[in-house]
Design a binder for this molecule. Structure first.
Ligand SMILES: *Cc1c(COP(=O)(O)O)cnc(C)c1O
Length: 378
């Protein structure tokens, strides 16, 4: 058996090597490394897949959040509501622009922003919400969108972990993660569900004005070369990455299906085991399983260590909540402020899940996991 990995990018590449290699070769032969035709071609294909009007490629998922916030013209000190259980990038872009990240706790079940807190943190300075579709499942967008429209605040969806997930609404057709709010952002970091061979990201929007603004910002604030209308940045998706992504996009639905099969198998084997909770399946979203994240109430760290000794890597997303990170500490928000997030940091564990997982590997993981859990927790 191969060495078990959280994600197996080499096997995934080998499965589509001929197509990828020829896409790369074509870029090399043209030497159009920046803004080659593959960039706009991929953007158009992704827009079609997501059923969204505009896709603006950029350098990475963190830049995408920053560009989205810049496009909203917020002022220093304006407040942006963000779940405290997320990757740092979400809050980082907010803080970098001298806006104030206003943390809220997440739901105990689906780990996404708890909408009951929105009213409690609303002030006259609240200008945006950045819900995060964590681990591959959409946040509860319907109440978030109603709240935002009632209070005239913008919604930027961080869909870095949920590309391809469907938001299921009682009132409308399904919509893809990232296409519901004013702007959606995503990342093509190699281990993401649609990953390139380096860094990459994109902004998604149905709003023409915001699309043009984002495009302008990502390109030094210039529409015409050397004519700078607003302050922007330099954030591009390389032609090579776009060419790779355009090939991989065709396989995205198959990749999602494969991840779901692995998740279903884990669910089946773990649902009756005492002391762990399998991932919650939300009724307002499909789950694309960027992560298969369980909760272990007792001895999580010891179990993680024993699994590693048995050759099974696992990850903790995220070990330290944002409000307890030195860079993001806020005076009145110490330990105990966000009890659900704090509990999650101590209990979540993400197991290996990827598109190339074979039965033998998964069987080994399941058997050893149950054995170790029983040895330690009885
Ligand atoms: C990966 C990720 C990002 C940032 O993506 P990069 O491309 O690495 O900058 C942002 N938010 C979330 C939730 C992520 O998982």
């Amino acid at each position: 058996m191969k060495k078990i990995q959280m994600v197996d990018l080499i096997s995934q590449y080998n499965g589509i090597k001929t197509e990828i290699d020829s896409a790369i070769q074509e870029v090399l032969d043209s030497a159009s490394y920046i803004n080659g035709y593959q960039v706009s071609q991929f953007a158009a294909n992704l827009a079609e897949y997501l059923n969204v009007k505009h896709v603006i490629p950029c350098g990475n998922g963190t830049d995408a959040i920053q560009i989205a916030l810049m496009a909203l013209d917020l002022k220093p000190g304006d407040e942006v509501i963000v779940p405290v259980h997320t990757y740092v990038a979400t809050a980082e872009a907010i803080a970098l622009l001298k806006l104030k990240p206003v943390f809220v706790d997440v739901n105990e079940d689906d780990f996404t922003l708890n909408v009951n807190y929105l009213n409690k943190v609303l002030t006259s300075k609240t200008k945006a919400i950045v819900p995060v579709h964590l681990y591959g499942q959409c946040a509860n967008m319907q109440p978030i969108m109603s709240f935002a429209s009632a209070n005239k605040i913008a919604v930027i969806e961080d869909a870095a972990q949920a590309i391809g997930a469907d938001f299921i609404s009682k009132y409308k057709e399904n919509q893809k993660a990232g296409t519901i709010g004013d702007i959606g952002t995503t990342s093509f970091f190699p281990s993401k569900n649609l990953g390139c061979f380096g860094d990459g990201g994109a902004l998604l929007t149905n709003n023409k004005e915001l699309a043009e603004k984002c495009k302008l910002i990502a390109n030094h604030g210039q529409k015409k070369k050397y004519h700078h209308d607003i302050i922007g940045c330099n954030s591009r998706l390389d032609t090579l990455q776009a060419a790779i992504l355009d090939v991989k996009l065709k396989y995205l639905d198959d990749y999602i299906k494969k991840r779901q099969e692995v998740a279903n198998k884990y669910d089946e084997e773990f649902c009756d085991i005492d002391g762990i909770s399998i991932p919650f399946r939300s009724e307002h979203s499909t789950h694309v399983f960027h992560q298969y994240t369980i909760r272990i109430e007792k001895n999580r760290d010891l179990i993680k260590k024993k699994l590693a000794e048995a050759g099974i890597p696992t990850m903790i997303y995220y070990p330290i909540p944002l409000h307890l990170q030195r860079a993001y500490i806020q005076e009145d928000k110490g330990n105990g402020t966000f009890p659900v997030t704090e509990r999650l940091s101590a209990t979540v564990l993400s197991l290996p899940i990827h598109t190339e997982m074979v039965e033998e590997e998964q069987k080994y993981i399941i058997e050893n996991f149950i054995k170790i859990l029983t040895q330690i927790n009885g």
